[in-house]
Write a protein that binds this ligand. Sequence first.
Ligand SMILES: [Zn+2]
Length: 211
Amino acid sequence: MCEVFNSFILEARDKPILTLVAMVKDLIMVRIQVNRDKADKWKGKLCPKPRLKLTQNVKDASACMPTKSDRAHFQVYTGSTTNQCAVDLEKRKCTCRKWQLSGIPCKHTCASIRLNREDVDDYVDECYYIDTYKKVYQHAIVPIYGPDFWPQTRRVGPLLLKTRRLEGLQGLGGSIQLKLQKMKKTANAKLENIYVQYARNKVITTGPARY
Ligand SMILES: [Zn+2]
């Protein structure tokens, strides 16, 4: 979820804080409206993806053999007597646990619901309903106007910062970049000399004893 959001705001991530907030606001404003338009075109009770999953489970339910215990309890065989699930429609549970995990009735549940002559859609979790989806996106982010239309004030604005030259570069000609490169080279050469001298001294003073 975090990675999805990060990729969603990828362009805004390296911007200063005010620009970032404005860009994220625009992205979310558009996203909400796009989702609202999308949901207006959907028909029925369920959103498209859970509808597909449920249709597949209903198809697979034809291979199941439900046996009714009472109005809410069923014993469902799939292929053999060893592959047997217990379904509880009241508590919304099946032994395979797919219904509890996804909120969409599994094939065992679908077979039981059909035996009860009920609508499978009524047993899908409410979070997959189109009405729920619309409720999530019912609030809009109101548009705001830009700085050109902000009210003017008579107060003195913030002073501009003075530009400063880097110490050590004053009086040197050429671009700052070239001077920095030169300084780096000089520093490297000095370091190299120090290292060579240190290595020589080390060999002389701490070298292995000669016999
Ligand atoms: Zn099941």
